[in-house]
Ligand binder design. Structure first.
Ligand SMILES: [Zn+2]
Length: 447
Protein backbone atom coordinates (compact mmCIF):
# COMPACT_ATOMS: atom_id res chain seq x y z
CA UNK A 1 0.00 0.00 0.00
CA UNK A 2 1.39 3.38 -1.02
CA UNK A 3 0.47 6.37 1.13
CA UNK A 4 0.80 9.86 -0.25
CA UNK A 5 0.49 13.25 1.37
CA UNK A 6 -2.28 14.89 -0.61
CA UNK A 7 -2.12 18.69 -0.80
CA UNK A 8 -5.85 18.74 -1.55
CA UNK A 9 -6.86 17.18 1.74
CA UNK A 10 -3.66 18.00 3.68
CA UNK A 11 -3.32 14.45 4.88
CA UNK A 12 -1.70 11.12 4.13
CA UNK A 13 -3.98 8.98 2.01
CA UNK A 14 -3.80 5.52 0.57
CA UNK A 15 -3.08 5.66 -3.13
CA UNK A 16 -5.90 4.11 -5.13
CA UNK A 17 -5.44 4.47 -8.88
CA UNK A 18 -8.36 5.42 -11.11
CA UNK A 19 -7.60 2.43 -13.33
CA UNK A 20 -6.25 -0.77 -11.90
CA UNK A 21 -2.44 -1.05 -12.11
CA UNK A 22 -2.12 2.25 -13.94
CA UNK A 23 -0.82 5.63 -12.85
CA UNK A 24 -1.51 8.82 -14.77
CA UNK A 25 0.69 11.70 -13.70
CA UNK A 26 1.22 15.28 -14.81
CA UNK A 27 3.91 17.61 -13.48
CA UNK A 28 4.12 21.30 -14.40
CA UNK A 29 7.23 21.79 -16.47
CA UNK A 30 9.55 24.75 -16.99
CA UNK A 31 9.00 28.05 -18.74
CA UNK A 32 11.67 27.83 -21.39
CA UNK A 33 13.48 31.16 -21.25
CA UNK A 34 16.57 30.14 -19.28
CA UNK A 35 18.65 27.19 -18.07
CA UNK A 36 17.52 24.95 -15.24
CA UNK A 37 18.84 25.72 -11.77
CA UNK A 38 19.03 23.12 -9.04
CA UNK A 39 15.81 24.38 -7.45
CA UNK A 40 14.00 23.73 -10.74
CA UNK A 41 15.56 20.28 -10.91
CA UNK A 42 14.19 19.08 -7.58
CA UNK A 43 10.73 18.17 -8.92
CA UNK A 44 12.42 16.67 -11.98
CA UNK A 45 14.50 14.27 -9.85
CA UNK A 46 11.79 13.62 -7.29
CA UNK A 47 8.94 12.84 -9.68
CA UNK A 48 11.25 10.69 -11.81
CA UNK A 49 11.88 8.66 -8.65
CA UNK A 50 8.12 8.42 -8.05
CA UNK A 51 7.64 7.08 -11.59
CA UNK A 52 10.41 4.53 -11.08
CA UNK A 53 8.91 3.33 -7.81
CA UNK A 54 5.46 2.85 -9.33
CA UNK A 55 7.02 0.96 -12.23
CA UNK A 56 8.91 -1.26 -9.77
CA UNK A 57 5.56 -2.02 -8.11
CA UNK A 58 4.24 -3.14 -11.49
CA UNK A 59 2.13 -0.13 -12.46
CA UNK A 60 1.89 1.08 -16.03
CA UNK A 61 2.80 4.75 -15.65
CA UNK A 62 1.97 7.56 -18.06
CA UNK A 63 4.02 10.60 -17.16
CA UNK A 64 3.52 13.98 -18.80
CA UNK A 65 5.36 17.23 -18.22
CA UNK A 66 4.84 20.33 -20.33
CA UNK A 67 7.02 23.09 -21.69
CA UNK A 68 5.61 26.59 -21.25
CA UNK A 69 6.80 28.18 -24.46
CA UNK A 70 4.70 31.35 -24.33
CA UNK A 71 5.43 33.81 -21.56
CA UNK A 72 6.44 37.41 -20.87
CA UNK A 73 9.87 36.16 -19.80
CA UNK A 74 10.39 34.48 -23.16
CA UNK A 75 9.40 37.70 -24.95
CA UNK A 76 11.82 39.66 -22.75
CA UNK A 77 14.64 37.17 -23.42
CA UNK A 78 13.93 37.36 -27.17
CA UNK A 79 14.16 41.14 -27.07
CA UNK A 80 17.40 41.02 -25.07
CA UNK A 81 19.09 38.56 -27.39
CA UNK A 82 17.64 39.63 -30.73
CA UNK A 83 16.33 36.12 -31.25
CA UNK A 84 12.78 35.18 -32.16
CA UNK A 85 10.66 33.81 -29.32
CA UNK A 86 10.54 30.41 -31.03
CA UNK A 87 14.33 30.40 -31.21
CA UNK A 88 14.59 31.19 -27.49
CA UNK A 89 12.16 28.46 -26.51
CA UNK A 90 13.62 25.88 -28.90
CA UNK A 91 17.11 26.54 -27.56
CA UNK A 92 16.07 26.03 -23.94
CA UNK A 93 13.81 23.05 -24.68
CA UNK A 94 16.82 21.38 -26.29
CA UNK A 95 19.08 22.30 -23.41
CA UNK A 96 16.59 21.24 -20.73
CA UNK A 97 15.93 17.91 -22.49
CA UNK A 98 19.70 17.31 -22.30
CA UNK A 99 19.71 18.20 -18.60
CA UNK A 100 16.86 15.72 -18.01
CA UNK A 101 19.07 13.05 -19.61
CA UNK A 102 22.14 14.09 -17.64
CA UNK A 103 20.05 13.71 -14.47
CA UNK A 104 19.35 10.14 -15.60
CA UNK A 105 15.61 10.74 -15.83
CA UNK A 106 13.45 8.25 -17.65
CA UNK A 107 11.96 9.86 -20.76
CA UNK A 108 8.55 11.47 -20.23
CA UNK A 109 5.71 9.97 -22.25
CA UNK A 110 4.73 13.39 -23.58
CA UNK A 111 6.10 16.92 -23.38
CA UNK A 112 3.25 19.05 -24.71
CA UNK A 113 3.93 22.69 -25.63
CA UNK A 114 1.54 25.59 -25.31
CA UNK A 115 2.17 26.75 -28.88
CA UNK A 116 0.91 23.36 -30.06
CA UNK A 117 -2.25 23.52 -27.94
CA UNK A 118 -3.73 26.89 -28.97
CA UNK A 119 -6.95 25.60 -30.67
CA UNK A 120 -7.74 23.44 -27.62
CA UNK A 121 -7.04 26.36 -25.27
CA UNK A 122 -9.32 28.68 -27.25
CA UNK A 123 -12.08 26.03 -27.23
CA UNK A 124 -11.63 25.64 -23.47
CA UNK A 125 -11.89 29.39 -22.79
CA UNK A 126 -15.00 29.52 -24.99
CA UNK A 127 -16.51 26.75 -22.86
CA UNK A 128 -15.79 28.70 -19.66
CA UNK A 129 -17.47 31.77 -21.18
CA UNK A 130 -20.46 29.72 -22.27
CA UNK A 131 -20.84 28.26 -18.79
CA UNK A 132 -20.70 31.71 -17.25
CA UNK A 133 -17.39 31.28 -15.39
CA UNK A 134 -15.51 33.81 -17.47
CA UNK A 135 -16.09 37.27 -18.92
CA UNK A 136 -14.61 39.27 -21.70
CA UNK A 137 -13.47 42.89 -21.44
CA UNK A 138 -12.33 44.45 -24.73
CA UNK A 139 -10.40 41.45 -25.97
CA UNK A 140 -9.17 40.20 -22.58
CA UNK A 141 -10.88 37.24 -20.98
CA UNK A 142 -10.87 36.74 -17.18
CA UNK A 143 -11.93 33.91 -14.93
CA UNK A 144 -14.63 34.86 -12.43
CA UNK A 145 -13.18 33.46 -9.21
CA UNK A 146 -16.24 34.23 -7.06
CA UNK A 147 -18.18 31.62 -9.06
CA UNK A 148 -16.08 28.86 -7.47
CA UNK A 149 -17.05 27.92 -3.95
CA UNK A 150 -13.83 26.05 -3.17
CA UNK A 151 -11.45 28.60 -4.65
CA UNK A 152 -8.03 28.51 -2.92
CA UNK A 153 -8.29 24.87 -1.85
CA UNK A 154 -4.62 24.02 -2.47
CA UNK A 155 -3.07 27.04 -0.79
CA UNK A 156 -5.85 27.16 1.87
CA UNK A 157 -6.71 30.76 1.17
CA UNK A 158 -10.12 32.35 0.85
CA UNK A 159 -10.99 34.99 -1.68
CA UNK A 160 -11.58 37.43 1.21
CA UNK A 161 -8.09 36.76 2.56
CA UNK A 162 -6.56 37.21 -0.83
CA UNK A 163 -8.31 40.52 -1.42
CA UNK A 164 -7.53 41.93 2.02
CA UNK A 165 -3.97 40.60 1.83
CA UNK A 166 -3.57 42.80 -1.28
CA UNK A 167 -1.22 40.29 -2.81
CA UNK A 168 -3.10 40.74 -6.04
CA UNK A 169 -2.43 43.52 -8.47
CA UNK A 170 -5.34 45.87 -8.99
CA UNK A 171 -6.78 45.91 -12.44
CA UNK A 172 -9.83 48.05 -13.20
CA UNK A 173 -10.98 45.75 -15.94
CA UNK A 174 -11.46 42.86 -13.55
CA UNK A 175 -14.69 42.40 -11.63
CA UNK A 176 -12.65 41.20 -8.70
CA UNK A 177 -8.91 41.67 -8.07
CA UNK A 178 -8.46 37.91 -7.59
CA UNK A 179 -9.83 37.10 -11.08
CA UNK A 180 -7.09 35.84 -13.37
CA UNK A 181 -6.38 36.15 -17.07
CA UNK A 182 -7.44 33.39 -19.43
CA UNK A 183 -6.75 35.28 -22.64
CA UNK A 184 -4.61 38.36 -22.92
CA UNK A 185 -5.19 40.77 -25.75
CA UNK A 186 -1.85 41.61 -27.31
CA UNK A 187 -0.05 41.97 -30.57
CA UNK A 188 3.38 41.95 -28.93
CA UNK A 189 5.25 38.70 -29.22
CA UNK A 190 3.65 35.48 -30.41
CA UNK A 191 -0.10 35.94 -30.78
CA UNK A 192 -3.01 34.15 -32.34
CA UNK A 193 -6.44 35.07 -33.70
CA UNK A 194 -9.33 34.21 -31.38
CA UNK A 195 -13.04 34.99 -31.04
CA UNK A 196 -11.89 37.91 -28.79
CA UNK A 197 -9.28 39.27 -31.18
CA UNK A 198 -5.54 38.63 -31.39
CA UNK A 199 -3.75 37.63 -28.23
CA UNK A 200 -2.30 34.75 -26.27
CA UNK A 201 -3.42 32.49 -23.42
CA UNK A 202 -2.65 33.14 -19.76
CA UNK A 203 -0.33 30.71 -17.98
CA UNK A 204 -2.90 28.92 -15.81
CA UNK A 205 -5.00 27.43 -18.59
CA UNK A 206 -2.43 25.36 -20.47
CA UNK A 207 -2.01 22.57 -17.90
CA UNK A 208 -5.77 22.05 -17.48
CA UNK A 209 -6.16 21.78 -21.24
CA UNK A 210 -3.12 19.55 -21.80
CA UNK A 211 -4.14 17.12 -19.06
CA UNK A 212 -7.62 16.84 -20.55
CA UNK A 213 -6.49 16.43 -24.13
CA UNK A 214 -3.85 13.81 -23.31
CA UNK A 215 -5.62 11.84 -20.60
CA UNK A 216 -9.27 12.51 -21.53
CA UNK A 217 -10.45 13.24 -18.02
CA UNK A 218 -9.30 13.12 -14.43
CA UNK A 219 -5.86 11.76 -13.54
CA UNK A 220 -4.23 10.16 -10.52
CA UNK A 221 -1.46 12.61 -9.68
CA UNK A 222 -0.75 16.26 -10.42
CA UNK A 223 2.60 17.46 -9.18
CA UNK A 224 4.84 20.47 -8.99
CA UNK A 225 6.92 22.64 -6.71
CA UNK A 226 5.29 24.11 -3.63
CA UNK A 227 5.74 27.61 -5.08
CA UNK A 228 3.12 26.68 -7.71
CA UNK A 229 0.35 26.15 -5.17
CA UNK A 230 -0.78 29.73 -5.49
CA UNK A 231 -1.87 31.08 -7.83
CA UNK A 232 -1.09 28.46 -10.47
CA UNK A 233 -2.58 25.32 -8.97
CA UNK A 234 -5.49 27.04 -7.28
CA UNK A 235 -6.31 28.55 -10.67
CA UNK A 236 -5.91 25.23 -12.49
CA UNK A 237 -8.37 23.62 -10.08
CA UNK A 238 -10.86 26.50 -10.34
CA UNK A 239 -10.96 26.12 -14.13
CA UNK A 240 -11.32 22.34 -13.97
CA UNK A 241 -14.19 22.61 -11.48
CA UNK A 242 -15.87 25.08 -13.82
CA UNK A 243 -15.35 23.09 -17.01
CA UNK A 244 -15.38 19.47 -15.88
CA UNK A 245 -16.68 19.45 -12.33
CA UNK A 246 -13.54 17.75 -10.98
CA UNK A 247 -10.19 18.81 -9.52
CA UNK A 248 -7.93 17.44 -12.27
CA UNK A 249 -6.25 14.84 -10.07
CA UNK A 250 -7.11 12.72 -7.04
CA UNK A 251 -3.68 13.43 -5.57
CA UNK A 252 -1.83 16.72 -5.65
CA UNK A 253 1.83 16.40 -4.66
CA UNK A 254 4.17 19.32 -3.98
CA UNK A 255 7.91 19.19 -3.41
CA UNK A 256 9.63 21.68 -1.14
CA UNK A 257 11.90 24.39 -2.49
CA UNK A 258 15.68 24.64 -2.44
CA UNK A 259 17.29 27.39 -0.40
CA UNK A 260 20.77 28.76 -0.79
CA UNK A 261 22.33 30.47 2.24
CA UNK A 262 18.94 30.58 3.90
CA UNK A 263 17.20 32.29 0.97
CA UNK A 264 14.92 30.83 -1.65
CA UNK A 265 16.94 29.96 -4.74
CA UNK A 266 15.53 32.07 -7.53
CA UNK A 267 16.66 33.72 -10.70
CA UNK A 268 15.11 37.01 -9.67
CA UNK A 269 17.20 37.03 -6.47
CA UNK A 270 20.28 36.07 -8.47
CA UNK A 271 21.35 33.32 -6.06
CA UNK A 272 21.22 30.23 -8.23
CA UNK A 273 23.36 27.19 -8.92
CA UNK A 274 22.77 25.89 -12.43
CA UNK A 275 21.98 22.20 -12.77
CA UNK A 276 24.42 21.75 -15.65
CA UNK A 277 27.25 23.42 -13.75
CA UNK A 278 26.76 21.13 -10.81
CA UNK A 279 26.58 18.14 -13.18
CA UNK A 280 29.98 19.17 -14.56
CA UNK A 281 31.35 18.80 -11.03
CA UNK A 282 29.56 15.73 -9.73
CA UNK A 283 27.97 12.64 -11.23
CA UNK A 284 24.20 12.34 -11.54
CA UNK A 285 24.35 9.69 -8.83
CA UNK A 286 25.83 12.15 -6.33
CA UNK A 287 23.44 14.89 -7.47
CA UNK A 288 20.38 12.69 -7.04
CA UNK A 289 21.54 11.27 -3.71
CA UNK A 290 22.08 14.80 -2.41
CA UNK A 291 18.45 15.63 -3.25
CA UNK A 292 16.93 12.33 -2.19
CA UNK A 293 18.68 12.42 1.19
CA UNK A 294 16.15 15.09 2.17
CA UNK A 295 12.44 14.10 2.31
CA UNK A 296 10.76 15.80 -0.62
CA UNK A 297 8.30 17.94 1.30
CA UNK A 298 10.99 19.57 3.41
CA UNK A 299 12.88 22.57 2.12
CA UNK A 300 16.38 21.59 1.09
CA UNK A 301 19.02 24.00 2.32
CA UNK A 302 21.80 23.53 -0.18
CA UNK A 303 25.34 23.52 1.18
CA UNK A 304 28.64 21.87 0.35
CA UNK A 305 28.33 19.45 3.27
CA UNK A 306 25.23 17.93 1.70
CA UNK A 307 27.11 17.34 -1.51
CA UNK A 308 30.14 15.93 0.33
CA UNK A 309 27.94 13.56 2.24
CA UNK A 310 26.30 12.39 -0.98
CA UNK A 311 29.74 11.86 -2.50
CA UNK A 312 30.83 9.71 0.43
CA UNK A 313 27.55 7.83 0.42
CA UNK A 314 27.77 7.09 -3.26
CA UNK A 315 31.38 5.91 -2.97
CA UNK A 316 30.35 3.36 -0.32
CA UNK A 317 27.30 2.23 -2.26
CA UNK A 318 29.29 1.84 -5.47
CA UNK A 319 32.13 -0.05 -3.83
CA UNK A 320 29.78 -2.51 -2.14
CA UNK A 321 27.56 -3.01 -5.17
CA UNK A 322 30.39 -3.37 -7.67
CA UNK A 323 32.29 -5.67 -5.31
CA UNK A 324 29.27 -7.92 -5.05
CA UNK A 325 28.79 -7.82 -8.80
CA UNK A 326 32.40 -8.82 -9.57
CA UNK A 327 32.51 -11.54 -6.95
CA UNK A 328 29.40 -13.11 -8.42
CA UNK A 329 30.82 -12.82 -11.88
CA UNK A 330 33.73 -15.02 -10.81
CA UNK A 331 31.30 -17.58 -9.46
CA UNK A 332 29.58 -18.11 -12.82
CA UNK A 333 26.01 -19.46 -12.94
CA UNK A 334 24.38 -19.16 -9.54
CA UNK A 335 20.79 -19.58 -8.45
CA UNK A 336 19.44 -16.77 -6.26
CA UNK A 337 18.54 -17.80 -2.76
CA UNK A 338 16.93 -15.26 -0.49
CA UNK A 339 16.87 -15.25 3.29
CA UNK A 340 15.20 -13.39 6.13
CA UNK A 341 17.93 -10.78 6.31
CA UNK A 342 17.67 -9.86 2.64
CA UNK A 343 13.88 -9.85 2.80
CA UNK A 344 14.00 -7.51 5.79
CA UNK A 345 16.15 -5.06 3.84
CA UNK A 346 13.80 -5.18 0.86
CA UNK A 347 10.85 -4.69 3.15
CA UNK A 348 12.52 -1.70 4.78
CA UNK A 349 13.27 -0.09 1.42
CA UNK A 350 9.80 -0.64 -0.04
CA UNK A 351 8.04 0.43 3.16
CA UNK A 352 10.04 3.65 3.22
CA UNK A 353 9.20 4.44 -0.41
CA UNK A 354 5.55 3.53 0.12
CA UNK A 355 5.43 5.90 3.08
CA UNK A 356 4.97 9.09 1.06
CA UNK A 357 8.15 8.39 -0.92
CA UNK A 358 10.49 8.66 2.04
CA UNK A 359 13.68 8.46 0.03
CA UNK A 360 15.82 9.39 3.05
CA UNK A 361 14.71 6.22 4.85
CA UNK A 362 15.04 4.24 1.62
CA UNK A 363 18.71 5.30 1.49
CA UNK A 364 19.13 4.03 5.07
CA UNK A 365 17.83 0.66 3.83
CA UNK A 366 20.37 0.76 1.01
CA UNK A 367 23.11 1.08 3.61
CA UNK A 368 21.87 -2.14 5.20
CA UNK A 369 22.39 -3.74 1.79
CA UNK A 370 25.87 -2.18 1.63
CA UNK A 371 26.75 -3.68 4.98
CA UNK A 372 25.49 -7.13 4.10
CA UNK A 373 27.21 -7.06 0.70
CA UNK A 374 30.50 -6.28 2.41
CA UNK A 375 30.01 -9.15 4.87
CA UNK A 376 29.20 -11.62 2.09
CA UNK A 377 32.07 -10.66 -0.20
CA UNK A 378 34.60 -11.00 2.61
CA UNK A 379 33.52 -14.48 3.59
CA UNK A 380 35.99 -17.24 2.93
CA UNK A 381 33.31 -19.35 1.31
CA UNK A 382 31.08 -16.68 -0.21
CA UNK A 383 27.36 -17.56 -0.02
CA UNK A 384 26.80 -17.06 -3.75
CA UNK A 385 23.07 -17.83 -3.79
CA UNK A 386 22.35 -15.19 -1.15
CA UNK A 387 24.75 -12.80 -2.82
CA UNK A 388 22.82 -13.12 -6.04
CA UNK A 389 19.52 -12.43 -4.30
CA UNK A 390 21.03 -9.44 -2.53
CA UNK A 391 22.47 -8.14 -5.80
CA UNK A 392 19.07 -8.35 -7.53
CA UNK A 393 17.42 -6.35 -4.76
CA UNK A 394 20.30 -3.90 -4.54
CA UNK A 395 20.03 -3.36 -8.29
CA UNK A 396 16.31 -2.59 -7.97
CA UNK A 397 16.94 -0.07 -5.19
CA UNK A 398 19.57 1.76 -7.19
CA UNK A 399 17.36 1.78 -10.27
CA UNK A 400 14.42 3.24 -8.33
CA UNK A 401 16.57 6.12 -7.09
CA UNK A 402 18.18 6.50 -10.52
CA UNK A 403 21.69 5.90 -9.16
CA UNK A 404 22.78 2.71 -10.92
CA UNK A 405 26.58 2.39 -10.89
CA UNK A 406 26.82 1.46 -14.57
CA UNK A 407 29.06 -1.57 -13.92
CA UNK A 408 29.12 -4.03 -16.82
CA UNK A 409 30.24 -7.66 -17.07
CA UNK A 410 33.92 -8.00 -17.94
CA UNK A 411 34.87 -8.78 -21.51
CA UNK A 412 37.18 -11.73 -22.20
CA UNK A 413 40.11 -9.33 -22.74
CA UNK A 414 39.39 -7.60 -19.41
CA UNK A 415 39.17 -10.93 -17.58
CA UNK A 416 42.50 -11.91 -19.08
CA UNK A 417 44.08 -8.62 -18.03
CA UNK A 418 42.97 -9.09 -14.43
CA UNK A 419 44.16 -12.69 -14.46
CA UNK A 420 47.60 -11.62 -15.65
CA UNK A 421 47.73 -8.90 -12.99
CA UNK A 422 46.97 -11.40 -10.23
CA UNK A 423 49.55 -13.83 -11.53
CA UNK A 424 52.22 -11.14 -11.68
CA UNK A 425 51.50 -10.20 -8.09
CA UNK A 426 51.65 -13.79 -7.01
CA UNK A 427 55.03 -14.10 -8.65
CA UNK A 428 56.06 -10.83 -7.00
CA UNK A 429 56.75 -9.33 -10.41
CA UNK A 430 55.78 -5.85 -9.22
CA UNK A 431 57.00 -4.02 -12.27
CA UNK A 432 54.60 -6.01 -14.45
CA UNK A 433 51.78 -5.98 -11.92
CA UNK A 434 52.02 -2.19 -11.56
CA UNK A 435 51.88 -1.71 -15.32
CA UNK A 436 48.88 -4.04 -15.59
CA UNK A 437 47.22 -2.32 -12.68
CA UNK A 438 47.53 1.01 -14.40
CA UNK A 439 45.96 -0.39 -17.54
CA UNK A 440 43.12 -1.87 -15.54
CA UNK A 441 42.41 1.46 -13.87
CA UNK A 442 42.69 3.36 -17.14
CA UNK A 443 39.92 1.15 -18.52
CA UNK A 444 37.72 2.23 -15.64
CA UNK A 445 37.79 -1.20 -14.00
CA UNK A 446 38.16 -1.71 -10.33
CA UNK A 447 40.15 -4.34 -8.55
ZN1 LIG B 1 0.75 23.81 -14.44
Amino acid sequence: MVRIYNSLTKQLEEFKPLRENEVSMYVCGPTVYDSMHIGNSRPVVFFDTVVRFFKYLGYKVTYVSNFTDIDDKIIARAQETGLKEEEVSERYIKEINETYKRLNCLPHDYNPKVTESIPEIIAFISLLLEKGYAYEVEGDVYFDVLKIRDYGIISSQTVENLISGARIEENERKRNPVDFTLWKKTETGLNWPSPWGRGRPGWHTECVVMVDSLFKGKIDIHGGGTDLKFPHHDNEIAQAIAAYDHMIANFWIHNGRIDLSGEKMSKSLGNVIWADELLDQVSHQVYRLMMLNVPYRQPLNYKDELLNQAENDYEKIKRAYNGLFRKLEEAGEVEAETNAEIEAIREKFVTAMADDFNTANAITAIFKAVKLANVYTREKNPPYGKMKSLLQNFQDFLWILGIETGIKPLTEAEKDLIKRYREARKEKNYQLSDALREEIISRGLEL
